[in-house]
Ligand binder design. Sequence first.
Ligand code: SF4
Ligand code: SF4
Length: 341
Amino acid sequence: MGVPLRQALVVAKYLMAQKLRGKKRFPLVLMLEPLYRCNLECEGCGKIQHPEEILNTYLSPEECWEATDECGAPVVSIAGGEPLIHPEIDTIVEGLVQRKKFVYLCTNAILLERWLPKLKPSPYLTISVHMDGMEKLHDAMVAREGVFEKAVKAIRKAKDLGYRVNTNTTVFNDSAPEGMRELFNFLNDDLGVDGMMISPGYDYPKAPNQKVFLNRPEMIKTFETILDSPERKKWRFNHSPIFLKFLQGKKAMQCTAWGNPTRSVLGWQRPCYLMNESYADSFIELMEETEWDRYGFGRDARCTNCMAHCGYEATAVGSMLENPLEGLKAAASTIGGGPSK
Ligand code: SF4
Ligand code: SF4
């Protein structure tokens, strides 16, 4: 059975089980941040501005596995910071794969070639590489020359060795639609990545460059232009068709931040991966004691310009519970990396 289908089936079964149990809120993707330390300082990043003592704190493999067991989501996205700086990242990944979690290891790929010998290819492991544009734009966004070239080399090597490789692109002010199309053609056709993710940049108040962010109407216009392309049919997006419609302003949705709970070195982050209003001591406390209805578009000013997949993709996939056919398509594309429709 192909990996995407396997993932889609596991997620579909999981969603049905939640429905049968009558669960109103449940996790779909655990966002695991085992460290905040990074080897880059990207223009639009709001994750790395912590005091040294926090940057020096790493979750142990046991803490990562405990959080995963506590949460129970079928998919785990390892983010940060740069996960490949963690000295035990291979052990963390191995323990998650043994638990049959679908692991997305997010990285800027600077250290990827060094780690590949220690990361076993597996149908449960996808390496997800940060790619914000073709060479000039990407190196400008990550504020360092040579990173694009290094990432491309690492992606080619990982693909040659049989890893599943995805990319993750954040769209900013300077992401001209024609440049994004060129990037997606390159990733899709030349590098042959298994899936691509796109998201508008979230306007983190602490990001080094506040001028890079688009507001909501600008984002919708940019995504409409990028995706209104005959080439789009061949692009293998790792998103549901519903989420892509949402990005183009063709579908209204509300955020379901509880779908992507975040466990960082500081605890279970409230309310979402993007905002750190407070921390819960346990996953159950996060789910039961967070006032979820306070967050989302029109409810909290900090959510006004957020259209990120960590808030809205779970809403799209959750539609399976209301419309099984549409939802199955969403699960297949989102978690399985199928082509967008
Ligand atoms: S966006 Fe990612 S790679 Fe860039 S500084 Fe932030 S954590 Fe590091
Ligand atoms: S809309 Fe975005 S910023 Fe607001 S709670 Fe949802 S994910 Fe977080």
